[in-house]
Unconditional design. Structure first.
Length: 572
C-alpha cells in the first residue's frame, strides 16, 4: 500500500473515532486534509517583490494570457489558477459570497487602482483554465507583490506562505537581488520544503551584463540559503509567452524558458506526491497531538483521588499564572527593545547629519570659489542645485546602508520574543505533562509571518535662498555673515528631512512590532489553551470519574490507543 493510501486510511480512521466520540466539530480539518490528499491539491505559490513579473511567469506556464499585467502595483489579492475544461473566473468574497465574472474583469478585483487596499472585500479570485501544467491537482497561486509602496500587499503575500506546498520566488535581472529580497527569501525557506528561484527579464540586459547579473544573484542566493548547490533559473517570461502565442521556436529558445518548465514538470510528476503526503501528515499530526493531550488530562482526572486531583489542578493553575507573568514580561521587553532600536537609529541619523552638514558647507564654499565669476543667476542656480543634490544623496546613502541593518535587527528582536514565548510554553508543558500522565511533546518554533518595516521617504526640498539668506551680491559683500546663515540653513534642511524619516520609520516599526506581538500572543494563547481549559472543567471531569470511573477510564484509554495507532500510521 502506498504512503498516500496509508495516510488516507489513517485520516479516515481519525474522523470515524472523532465522530463516534461526539466530536463532530473537530472533523472538518481532517476531512479537508483528506480531500486535499485525494484530489492531490498541490499549491505552487508564486512570490516576489513588485514588478518582478510573477503574473507574466504564470501566464507563460499556462501558455496563454490569463492574468493581467501592468506597470504599477497590480495584484492586491491572491489569485488561484486551477485546471478546468474552459476559461472561467469566480470571485470569492470575505463574507462568503461568490460570483462569476468575465476573464476580462479580473483586474477590477485584483488591481490596486480598481480595488484599492481591497475595499471590495475580496478573499481570492479563482481562475479555471485548460492548461497541461495544471493537470494532476496542481494549483498556481499568484500573490501580491512584496516591497511595493502598498504595505498591505506585502502582508497578504507573507501570510499566504504557510499554505504553500512549493514556492517559486521571482527575482529580476534588472535590478539585481536586493537586501529585502534576501530577507524575504529567509522567510520563504522556513515555510516551504521545495523552492525554485527564477531570474526573470533576462531580455532587458546585454549578454555580458546578464552574465554578471546571474553570477551575482547566484552567489547571494547560495550564501542566503547556505546551499552551494542552489540553482537559479534565468528566463524571460515575456518572450516565452510571445513564443507560445506565435509558435516561434527560436524565440522560445531565446527565452530560456524550457529549462525552468522542464524542471517544474519533472518535479510535479516525480516529487509532488511525497511532498504532499508529508505536508498533510504534519498538519494532521499537530491537530491530533492537542486531542491526545486532552485525553491524557481526562484519564489523569479518573486515576487520581479527589485531593490529589485538586492539588494537580491547583498546581496547574499556578504554573499557568506564572507563564502568563513571564509572557507579560517578555512582551514588555520586546516593547523596550523597539524603543531602544528607535533611539539608536535617531542617534546614528542625527550624528551623521551634523557631520554631513559641515561637509556640504565646505563643498558649497569650494564650488562658490570656482564659479564666483559667473552671473548672479548662474551662481544662485548652481549652488542651490548642489545643495539639494547633496542632501538627497546623503539620505539615499544613509538608507541604503542602514535599512538592511534595521531589517536584520527587527527580525532578531521578533525571533528573541518568539523564542522567549516558546521557552515559557514548553516549560509549562514539560512541568505539567508528567503530573497528568501525558507525554511531553515540545512544540517547534513557528515563523512570525510579519514583514520587517520599510521606509517610504520622500525628500522635502528646501531652497538655499529661502528664509532671508539674501542674494548673490549680498553674498559677495557680506560673505562671513552669509556663510554663517548658510550653515544654519543646511542644518535646518537636514533636520527637517531627518525628522520626516524618523517619523515614518518609527510609525512603521510600531505597526510591524504590534503585528509581530499579536502573532506571538496568539501562539502563546493557543499553545496553553488545552491546559487552561482543564481548569474550569475540572469539577465536571471529577464528577464524571465518580460515575463509573473504570468504565470511563477504560473507554478513554481504548480511544487513546486507537488515536496513537492512527497517529503512528500518519507518521509513517
Amino acid at each position: 500500500m502506498s504512503r498516500k493510501h496509508r495516510l488516507v486510511g489513517g485520516l479516515a480512521r481519525l474522523t470515524d473515532l472523532l465522530r463516534e466520540a461526539g466530536h463532530g466539530e473537530e472533523l472538518r480539518p481532517f476531512q479537508e486534509l483528506k480531500e486535499k490528499l485525494l484530489q492531490e491539491q498541490f499549491q505552487v505559490v508564486v512570490m516576489g517583490e513588485f514588478k518582478r513579473g510573477k503574473s507574466s511567469l504564470i501566464n507563460a506556464l499556462l501558455g496563454q494570457s490569463v492574468l493581467p499585467v501592468a506597470a504599477v502595483p497590480l495584484t492586491s489579492v491572491v489569485t488561484v489558477v486551477k485546471a478546468g475544461p474552459q476559461l472561467e473566473v469566480s470571485v470569492e468574497m470575505l463574507d462568503g459570497r461568490r460570483q462569476e465574472i468575465a476573464p476580462s474583469a479580473i483586474e477590477d478585483f485584483v488591481s490596486e487602482e480598481r480595488n484599492p487596499k481591497n475595499q471590495k472585500g475580496v478573499d481570492r479570485v479563482v481562475v479555471q483554465a485548460p492548461a497541461p501544467f495544471l493537470q494532476g491537482g496542481t494549483l498556481l497561486v499568484d500573490t501580491p507583490g512584496a516591497g511595493s509602496v502598498y504595505r498591505h500587499n506585502t502582508e497578504v503575500a507573507q501570510k499566504y506562505l504557510p499554505q504553500s506546498d512549493a514556492v517559486i520566488l521571482v527575482l529580476s535581472a534588472d535590478p539585481p537581488i536586493s537586501q529585502s529580497e534576501v530577507e524575504f527569501l529567509n522567510s520563504i525557506r522556513r515555510w516551504t520544503r521545495k523552492l525554485f528561484v527564477v531570474l526573470n527579464k533576462i531580455d532587458y540586459l546585454s549578454p555580458a551584463d546578464l552574465e554578471k547579473s546571474t553570477a551575482f544573484t547566484l552567489k547571494v542566493l547560495r550564501e542566503a540559503l547556505d546551499d552551494p548547490q542552489a540553482v537559479l533559473y534565468p528566463i524571460s517570461a515575456k518572450l516565452a509567452l510571445e513564443a507560445k502565442h506565435s509558435e516561434n521556436e527560436a524565440l522560445l529558445e531565446e527565452s530560456r524558458f524550457r529549462s525552468l518548465s522542464g524542471v517544474l514538470e519533472n518535479f510535479l510528476r516525480k516529487e509532488k506526491g511525497d511532498l504532499l503526503v508529508d505536508a498533510v501528515r504534519v498538519r494532521a499530526a499537530n491537530i491530533l497531538e492537542r486531542r491526545l493531550l486532552e485525553i491524557d488530562l481526562r484519564i489523569s482526572a479518573i486515576k487520581d483521588g479527589p485531593e490529589q486531583w485538586a492539588a494537580k489542578i491547583k498546581e496547574l493553575g499556578r504554573r499557568l499564572d506564572a507563564a502568563k507573568r513571564k509572557q507579560y514580561e517578555s512582551s514588555r521587553l520586546f516593547h523596550t527593545e523597539l524603543k531602544d532600536h528607535i533611539k539608536a537609529m535617531e542617534e546614528s541619523l542625527y550624528s551623521r547629519t551634523v557631520l554631513e552638514s559641515r561637509k556640504i558647507a565646505r563643498e558649497l564654499d569650494e564650488q562658490y570659489q570656482s564659479i564666483r565669476s559667473k552671473t548672479a543667476p548662474e551662481v544662485r542656480e548652481e549652488l542651490n542645485k548642489t545643495f539639494i543634490i547633496r542632501i538627497d544623496d546623503f539620505f539615499s546613502r544613509f538608507l541604503a546602508e542602514e535599512e538592511p541593518k534595521w531589517t536584520m535587527q527587527f527580525s532578531a528582536m521578533t525571533d528573541r520574543a518568539l523564542e522567549n514565548t516558546l521557552a515559557v510554553v514548553n516549560e509549562v508543558l514539560r512541568e505539567s505533562a508528567p503530573a497528568f500522565g501525558a507525554e511531553h511533546r515540545p512544540l517547534g518554533k513557528p515563523v512570525v509571518a510579519v514583514a520587517p518595516p520599510t521606509v517610504w521617504f520622500v525628500l522635502e526640498e528646501v531652497s538655499i535662498w529661502s528664509g532671508g539668506l539674501g542674494s548673490v551680491p549680498t553674498l559677495r559683500i557680506f560673505k562671513p555673515f552669509f556663510w554663517r546663515a548658510l550653515r544654519k540653513k543646511i542644518g535646518e534642511a537636514m533636520d527637517v528631512n531627518a525628522g520626516r524619516l524618523r517619523y515614518d520609520y518609527s510609525n512603521r516599526l510600531e505597526k510591524a512590532g504590534q503585528e509581530a506581538l499579536e502573532f506571538i500572543e496568539k501562539f502563546f494563547e493557543s499553545s496553553i489553551g488545552t491546559l487552561e481549559k482543564a481548569l474550569p472543567s475540572a469539577k465536571e471531569r471529577r464528577e464524571e470519574a465518580l460515575r463509573g470511573a473504570e468504565d470511563v477510564r477504560s473507554a478513554l484509554e481504548q480511544r487513546k490507543r486507537s488515536l496513537l495507532k492512527a497517529l503512528a500510521q500518519i507518521a509513517d
